[in-house]
Design a protein. Structure first.
Length: 122
């Protein structure tokens, strides 16, 4: 199921020739797990949260670009909207995760800035 998705992406197309089908799946799964763990650790350390959010933004930009280039992904009967067909339904969650990553980045940047200003004030 990954081959048609990855091969139509302008950003992550290189995964298949570089790692093969199984390796591309492991690569995507591993990076998303690492960045998700960093976001979780960002609860205690804003710097780790910033790192996780930035990595997550890059990851989800790569996967959401697939939506625009997938053949027959745009439902004509819905006015050209990417309706929840099988491959697109799987990718539409990444749009939410992308927006959430930007929000978490904003929060962690604010927390890190507060820590820096508190350190200078003390």
């Amino acid at each position: 199921m990954l081959v048609p998705l990855i091969s139509h992406s302008p950003i992550v197309f290189w995964l298949l020739p570089a790692f093969g089908i199984r390796g591309a799946g492991y690569f995507l799964g591993t990076t998303e797990t690492i960045f998700g763990s960093l976001i979780f650790l960002g609860y205690w350390s804003p710097r780790l949260g910033i790192l996780g959010a930035l990595g997550s933004i890059v990851t989800f930009i790569g996967t959401t670009t697939i939506i625009f280039f997938l053949p027959d992904g745009w439902a004509r009967e819905a006015g050209g909207f990417p309706i929840m067909t099988l491959p697109l339904g799987f990718l539409m969650k990444d749009v939410l995760f992308l927006v959430a990553s930007f929000y978490l980045l904003k929060l962690d940047l604010t927390r890190a800035a507060l820590e820096i200003t508190r350190g200078k004030a003390a």
